[in-house]
Design a binder for this molecule. Structure first.
Ligand code: ATP
Ligand code: MG
Length: 359
């Protein structure tokens, strides 16, 4: 057996404390089945720690994570704590310190998960969102001294290096799938930064196509307004979508709503070069309204954990976990958010049953 994977576990707040243990149960079963080992490092960071000490994580928190292989996050946040404390106290420092410049959001129809479309089956796409630059730059401010109520500006920053690396990641991903790459743009209205984005994305794709990939990439650049409509009207026509920080933020929430359910969607914050740990989390938050009642849907957390296993090189185990999750949902055992009656534990046990029967 190779050395254990070192995974830092930040269960965080609310239902994070319920869905993370569910995911760990699955990994422990997989580790035995597939012969790998994980060393879990529990981090009791989050709102409770903030109330006690005034900080979400210890001062040397980033240094403690730095030598790990991955971070498994539940959810951080609570109604009594301002959103920017949650963001700046934990999530953004981790994302930035570890150069997690790709936010990966797989979007797939799951069996028995109802969405708003009359036929929501067969949707299988991935959104690759640029995660560290772009529209969320903090450069700007109120422009009239003494009259801050009058006007504000904020700059978008795209660098060649920043756009090129996320475009290359998305293009390679597309080449390993069906070969389709949609680049979200708004170059008809935003006339400096978006044409630059288009140019750098096209260059990256051309270079990869030139190197002769197994599946040549078909790049389409689509205005984001039309793309938003497309995701509702023709979601099956998309394979990989690459988008800037803001556009990707909006498109990924839209796309996950189309396949139904905040409780089911996963997200990965990746440092593709593996020079730093990557972070895996469900899309949902701490859900204070249902926390502590044992009814949270662990699907998003378990799916995120499958993405983590894949990133750690345990791709067979990752695929087995996703298959067991889909089989559990298909079997009709569902949590309440999906119209069922199962609690977190019962649903997780069903996933575990399918792990041992499908592999
Ligand atoms: P945060 O500020 O942490 O993002 P939030 O309340 O804004 O929290 P979510 O925590 O994502 O957002 O919750 C939104 C709604 O979806 C809530 O009603 C919550 O109960 C429900 N929800 C979210 N995740 C799940 C889940 N895993 N299982 C069941 N219901 C969920
Ligand atoms: Mg929220």
């Amino acid at each position: 057996m190779s050395r254990p994977h070192i995974v830092d576990v930040i269960a965080g707040d609310g239902i994070g404390l319920e869905v993370v243990p569910a995911a760990l149960r699955c990994v422990d079963a997989l580790a035995e089945q597939f012969g790998f080992a994980v060393t879990w490092r529990d981090r009791d960071w989050g709102s409770e720690r903030y109330r006690r000490t005034g900080a979400m994580m210890p001062e040397d928190g980033l240094a403690r994570l730095a030598d790990g292989d991955a971070i498994l996050l539940g959810a951080v946040g609570a109604p009594d704590i301002p959103d920017d404390v949650t963001l700046w106290g934990l999530l953004l420092p981790i994302r930035r310190a570890f150069l997690q410049y790709v936010n990966l959001r797989p979007v797939r129809s799951l069996p028995g998960v109802p969405g708003p479309l009359s036929d929501g089956s067969g949707i299988d796409l991935v959104i690759v969102r640029e995660n560290v630059e772009g529209e969320y730059s903090e450069i700007g401010g109120r422009i009239y001294r003494g009259r801050p109520e009058e006007a504000a500006v904020q700059e978008t920053v795209f660098t060649r290096r920043g756009v090129d690396r996320v475009a290359r990641f998305a293009a390679r991903l597309a080449a390993s799938r069906r070969g389709g790459l949609t680049s979200a743009t708004k170059s008809n209205g935003i006339v400096h930064t978006m044409p630059f984005w288009d140019e750098v994305v096209a260059g990256a794709v051309e270079r990869i196509n030139h190197s002769g990939p197994e599946t040549p990439i078909r790049l389409r650049k689509v205005l984001v307004d039309a793309l938003a409509a497309d995701l509702v009207l023709r979601p099956r026509e998309h394979d990989v979508i690459v988008a800037s920080n803001l556009l990707g933020d909006i498109l990924s929430d839209l796309a996950s709503a189309v396949v139904g359910g905040i409780g089911t969607a996963p997200s990965a914050n990746l440092n593709p070069e593996r020079e730093h740990p990557s972070m895996f989390e469900p899309v949902h938050g701490s859900a204070p309204d249902i926390a502590g009642t044992g009814i949270a849907n662990p699907t998003g957390q378990i799916w995120a954990t499958s993405l983590m296993l894949d990133h750690l090189g345990e791709s067979t185990a990752a695929a087995a976990l996703l298959a067991a999750l889909e089989a559990a949902l298909a079997s009709g055992v569902r949590t309440r958010d999906l119209g069922g009656t199962a609690g977190t534990d019962e649903f997780t046990s069903t996933v575990l049953d399918h792990l041992t029967t499908t592999t």
